[in-house]
Write a protein that binds this ligand. Structure first.
Ligand SMILES: Cc1cc2nc3c(=O)[nH]c(=O)nc-3n(C[C@H](O)[C@H](O)[C@H](O)COP(=O)(O)OP(=O)(O)OC[C@H]3O[C@@H](n4cnc5c(N)ncnc54)[C@H](O)[C@@H]3O)c2cc1C
Length: 316
C-alpha cells in the first residue's frame, strides 16, 4: 500500500493522529508490533471480564477531548466512574480525595483505540528503522509523512544518524512499572474504588469490578517504579510483594493463586515537555504521552490529534 501518512505505533496517540489525517482525506496506514492495537491501554479478558493492564481510566479537562469522551459515554464505551479516590498506606485505607470525574471503560480501555481505528488500515509490523528520509525498514516507502507515536526511547531506536536533530528531540527518560492483577474468589474488602498508595511497593490499587461496574472480584495494583526496576527481567517476582501490600491496604487476607503480572518497560515519562509534538522539515513526526505536562490518556490523544492537524496543514 502507498500511504500518505504512515503511523508507527497503534496506541491512543497514534490512532488520534491517524484519525485526524483520515478525516482530512489522507490515506493512512498504522503499523504496530502488537497483536492488538492499544499500547498502554492493553486489556486482558478473563471469564468474559476485561481487565485493564495499563490505564484504568481517563479524565477529560480539555474541551476537544471532552467532546470525544462525551461521544464515547453516549455510545457506552465509557462510563463516569467516580470523582473520589482514597489515600492509603501501610496502616490501611485513609482519607477521601476528590478530583475530576474519572471515566472507565466497560469493555476495557483498549476499546477506545479500537473505536478510533474503525475504517483505518492497521497492520501488525515491528518496525526497525526509519531512514534515510522517510524510508521505513528500507522498503515501505512513499509516505509523505511518517509518525512515531510511542515513548521517546522507542522512537530513538528507530531513527538513524541522519535524523540527529530529531533524535535529540525524542530523547526522554521513562520510568518502568508492573501491573499486578489479583482475581479472587469473592469480594471481602471494604468498599472503595481506587486508592493512591504511599509507603508501600505499590502506588495504586483499584477495585477492577467497581471500575467496570460488573462487580467482578478482581483487584489491580500498579507497583512503584523501584519495585518494577528490580523485577523487569522477571515481573512475576513482583506478585508476592504487591499482594502483601494489597493485604495491608485493605486489611483482609487475599488468596489469589491466579494472580499475574504485566511489565511496562516504559510506563511513564519522567520529565514533562511543553510542546505537544514534533514534526521535522523532512516529514517525520513524534507524538505520544511524553509530549505533555503529565502522562495521561488525554495528553496522548491531544498530542496525536495536534500532530495530525499539523500534517494535514503541511500536506495540503
Ligand atoms: C500502568 C499504567 C497506568 C496508567 N494509568 C493511567 C490513568 O489512570 N489515567 C490516564 O489518563 N493515563 C494513565 N496511564 C498513561 C496512559 O496509558 C498513556 O499515557 C497512554 O496510553 C499513552 O499512549 P501512547 O499512544 O502515547 O503510547 P503507547 O500506548 O505506549 O503506544 C505506543 C505503541 O507503539 C508501538 N510500538 C512501539 N515500538 C514499535 C515499533 N518499533 N514498531 C511498531 N510498533 C511499535 C507499541 O506496540 C504501542 O502500541 C497509565 C499508564 C500505565 C502504563
Amino acid at each position: 500500500m502507498t500511504a500518505d501518512v504512515l503511523v508507527v505505533g497503534g496506541g491512543i496517540s497514534g490512532l488520534a493522529c491517524a484519525r485526524r489525517c483520515d478525516e482530512a482525506g489522507l490515506l493512512v496506514q498504522v503499523l504496530d508490533r502488537g497483536r492488538r492495537l492499544g499500547g498502554r491501554l492493553a486489556a486482558r479478558t478473563r471469564h468474559d471480564h476485561p481487565i485493564d493492564l495499563g490505564a484504568p481510566y481517563c479524565t477529560a479537562t480539555d474541551e476537544r477531548f471532552r467532546a470525544v469522551v462525551n461521544g464515547w459515554v453516549g455510545r457506552g464505551l465509557l462510563r463516569p466512574w467516580t470523582d473520589t479516590f482514597r489515600t492509603a498506606g501501610p496502616g490501611g485505607l485513609g482519607g477521601h480525595r476528590q478530583g475530576p470525574m474519572r471515566y472507565a471503560a466497560p469493555r476495557g480501555m483498549r476499546s477506545l483505540v479500537d473505536d478510533l481505528a474503525v475504517g483505518i488500515d492497521a497492520v501488525e509490523r515491528d518496525v526497525r528503522t526509519v531512514g534515510p528520509g522517510r524510508l521505513v525498514d528500507g522498503g515501505l516507502e512513499a509516505a509523505h509523512a511518517v509518525v512515531l507515536a510511542m515513548p521517546g526511547p522507542q522512537a530513538v531506536r528507530l531513527l538513524q544518524a541522519e535524523h540527529l536533530e530529531l533524535v535529540a528531540t525524542a530523547q526522554q527518560s521513562y520510568s518502568p512499572g508492573i501491573t499486578v492483577v489479583a482475581p479472587v474468589a469473592e469480594r471481602t474488602w471494604p468498599d472503595f474504588d481506587g486508592a493512591f498508595v504511599s509507603g508501600l511497593p505499590i502506588r495504586w490499587l483499584a477495585d477492577d469490578g467497581a471500575s467496570r461496574g460488573d462487580g467482578a472480584p478482581v483487584l489491580v495494583a500498579h507497583t512503584t517504579p523501584e519495585l518494577a526496576a528490580a523485577h523487569l527481567d522477571d515481573p512475576a517476582a513482583a506478585i508476592a510483594p504487591a499482594l502483601d501490600a494489597m493485604r495491608q491496604v485493605l486489611g483482609v487476607g487475599l488468596d489469589a493463586p491466579d494472580a499475574f503480572a504485566h511489565r511496562w518497560t516504559y510506563a511513564q515519562p519522567s520529565e514533562p515537555r511543553d510542546a505537544t509534538f514534533a514534526l521535522s522539515p523532512t516529514g517525520i513526526g513524534l507524538c505520544g504521552d511524553g509530549w505533555s505536562a503529565r502522562s495521561k490518556v488525554e495528553a496522548a490523544w491531544l498530542s496525536g490529534d495536534d500532530l495530525g492537524a499539523a500534517i494535514v496543514e503541511r500536506l495540503r
